[in-house]
Structures are given as structure tokens and as C-alpha cells.
Design a protein around this ligand. Sequence first.
Ligand SMILES: [Zn+2]
Ligand SMILES: [Zn+2]
Length: 150
Amino acid sequence: MTRRLDQAQAQCAARGAQLTALRREVLELLLLRQGSAKAYDLQDDMRVRHGRVAPTTVYRALEFLMEQQLVHRVDSLNSFVVCNLDPGPHDHHHDHTMMLVCSRCGQVTEVHDDPATEAIRRALHVDAPGFHATGIEIKGVCGACQAAAA
Ligand SMILES: [Zn+2]
Ligand SMILES: [Zn+2]
């Protein structure tokens, strides 16, 4: 955990951004929730640790973490996930990321598959001229939920 947070801090520093103690803590809380949570869950966690916390505090920290590509928003669940790429100097093109979202348990898997997302983008370009896709979320049922139902 500490190593992961240190890596995130180094990644921010390399980009001239500062992972403050507060931002680092929000990232830690998200990791503690298996990497996926809604903003108000994180706010509850903050309240447990610090008492009263302004709602904007958590949102601002999440916004920063999203700018740094350490965290992504999952629109279909209205939640946030930790990026599954190791923080590092790589260029993370989030436009080329797909989110597989389980509609039963809410598990989110980030898939980095350039050819697949490229194919979808190309199709969109033909079918919906002028539409610029910025993220792809695919709804379905994860393996664990399928096994539980069988
Ligand atoms: Zn990512
Ligand atoms: Zn599931």
C-alpha cells in the first residue's frame, strides 16, 4: 500500500503536480475499498478518520486524482476506480481504455486493448460523424456473478 502510494506521489511529482497528504489519503481510502467506491463512501471514510469533512474536499481530491490519471470515473455506476496500470512514466491514454462494468456486483475491470477500442472508435467515426468518444464502458455480468448464478 505504502509503495503504491509512494509511486503515485512520484508520478505526480514527475509531472510537476503535488500529491498532498489529503489527496494521498483519498487515494488510500479508495484502494482500501478494493479500488472502487462512490464519492460518498469515501466521504464516510474521511468522516470516520477526521470527523466533519466538507463534501467538496473529497470531490476536489478526486478531480485531481483523475487529472493525474491515477483514478477514473465510471459514469454508469457514478463511482470511481483506481487505475490498474502501475504508476510510472508511461503515457496513459485513457481514451484507449475500456471499462467492463458488472451490473450485478458493480465490479469494474479496466482493459487496455488498443486494437479493440480503435475498432470501436473507427466504427463510431463512420456511424456518428463528428462524435468524439472519450471513454468506453461496457455493461455485463462478471465471471464471479455468472458462477454464483450457475
Ligand atoms: Zn487507467
Ligand atoms: Zn459481478
